[in-house]
Design a protein around this ligand. Structure first.
Ligand code: P61
Length: 470
């Protein structure tokens, strides 16, 4: 049998290949159940991938949150957990790592990102104030709304267009932001909520130029600027790759400069920071820190553990340092890009440019015959599971939820299905399997019908909603 000219990944892109800067020392077996079993599991889960049992999943691309592989150093650090109720030495390691790498003065640990979002929203937002942001994130916006804030999207228009090749689709449109500030008055703006990278836009970055100008604008009006730093390390990679003057700047230095333009940050350490659980808040203003440190004991735990064990704090401190390695970030984003480039070469509609943590399939273009109210992205997630046991996540109308003012669905322009790549977990062969499954589902697209929602929870409905086939 003859072979048609096989090529390595590097050769496909006209360069020498490079590989992950680690090798595997412990493995977790995977199992693929039969198609009939998958059909049963999917119906039992109400066509919602959040309701599947992970034992029934073959390749799990639901999220990159808490699903990364920790290093041998991090696991060793777990054994050094100081489980004192107060003043655990691991807290001080975390504090040092955060001050060193992110540059903020004061640190409050939380159990995960939304714990931090809750505290900052309660501490900073006064009822009726506006919170302009670069697109929304589900938990971020909900905590802002629960604190009485009114979220408004001020991201550049290109972010809502899955085909726009703008290199920094996470940027804030300064004109839109200034119009909101002028319309409402600066005292009615709680803060500007900036995320680097923007998850719901497809993992799209914010440029250094944008945050610099944003800082100047906020200073002009006396408005605070807080950063969702959940995937800021990945954002730094795109600045290094795309922004003039940063090609030779290490990731760590880019992160620090960027954070330096903001007044503080909250974090889901389950992403960039390479831990299975954890989060933090960090600010420069001492008075705000006092307030946060006071609130954390009500909702999370003492201010030196924030709902985490000492061992978790240690793993986070080590994970922060590892996450800043240029080789690590290149391999991580390189893997996402490998999958995305296969799919775009096959003309499967995905969000462009390829972002940092996931490939976002454009369900509108995938299933043009399924109207948005029949949940095309949810349908696509269900079909991918059925075809190959691959679990993805809806990021469209179900995730967007309802407008609290009108009660109607939000109708987001982007109707996406996210294939999220955990860090340091899957190999290139897994990516090939995923790509072929997406292709198979794409080839069967015309025979696919949408879904109807038959159960809708009140908060963050997408997590527990149930659907039926139409
Ligand atoms: C995710 F379906 N993200 O992407 P926590 N900010 C940002 C996040 O991406 C984020 C949080 C804050 C998740 C988990 C998740 O609608 C969903 O540690 C940019 O998860 O509390 C989390 O951090 C919150 C999945 C969250 C969702 C909400 O998969």
């Amino acid at each position: 049998m003859s072979h048609p000219n096989p090529q390595t990944m590097g050769q496909q892109f006209g360069r020498r290949s490079w590989a992950e800067p680690w090798k595997i020392k412990m493995v977790e077996p995977l199992r693929m159940i039969s198609r009939d079993e998958r059909a049963r599991a999917l119906a039992e889960a109400g066509y919602n991938t959040f309701l599947l049992r992970s034992d029934d999943v073959y390749i799990d691309l639901l999220t990159d949150s808490g699903t990364s592989a920790m290093s041998d150093r991090q696991w060793a650090g777990m054994l050094l957990g100081d489980e004192a109720y107060a003043g655990s030495r691991n807290f001080y390691h975390l504090e040092e790592a955060l001050q060193h790498y992110y540059g903020y003065r004061f640190v409050v640990p939380t159990h995960q990102g939304r714990g931090a979002e809750h505290l900052i929203s309660q501490a900073v937002i006064k009822r009726g104030q506006w919170v302009p942001g670069n697109m929304y994130f589900t938990t971020t916006r909900l905590h802002q709304e629960l604190a009485g804030g009114i979220f408004t999207d001020v991201i550049i228009d290109e972010a809502h267009d899955s085909t726009s090749m703008h290199p920094f689709k996470g940027n804030i449109d300064l004109g839109k932001l200034e119009a909101v500030i002028k319309r409402e008055g600066p005292e009615k703006i709680a803060y500007v909520s900036l995320a680097g990278t923007v998850n719901m836009a497809g993992g799209q970055p914010v440029s250094m130029a944008n945050v610099r100008e944003l800082r100047a604008l906020c200073d002009r009006y006396g408005v605070r600027l807080f950063l969702d730093a959940t995937r800021m390390v990945e954002n730094a990679f795109f600045i290094q790759e795309r922004e003039a003057g940063y090609a030779n700047t290490p990731i760590a230095a880019i992160v620090k400069e960027f954070c330096g333009y903001t007044d503080g940050a909250w974090m889901s350490a389950k992403k960039d920071n390479l831990v299975n659980i954890g989060g933090w808040l960090a600010v420069n203003d001492e008075q705000l820190f006092e307030e946060l440190r006071n609130l954390v004991v009500v909702y999370e735990g003492l201010h030196t553990y924030g709902g985490l064990a000492g061992r978790d704090l240690e793993a986070m401190a080590i994970g922060i340092a590892e996450s800043m390695s240029d080789d690590h970030v290149r391999a991580r984003i390189g893997q996402v890009r490998y999958l995305g480039e296969l799919l775009s070469d096959w003309e499967i509609p995905i969000v462009q440019p390829i972002g940092g943590h996931a490939i976002f399939l454009d369900a509108r273009r995938f299933y043009p015959h399924i109207p948005q109210v029949q949940f095309p992205a949810q349908t696509l997630a269900a079909e991918l599971y059925l075809d190959a046991g691959i679990r993805s996540m809806e990021r469209g109308i179900a995730s967007a939820g309802r407008d609290p003012a009108t009660g109607d669905h939000y109708y987001p322009k982007l109707e996406l299905t996210r294939l999220t790549i955990p860090r340091r977990v899957y190999t290139q062969a897994h990516m090939d399997v995923v790509a072929e499954a997406v292709k198979a589902v794409y080839d069967a697209r015309e025979q696919t019908h949408g879904l109807r929602m038959v159960y809708e929870p009140k908060y963050l409905r997408f997590f527990q909603a149930r659907f039926e086939r139409i």
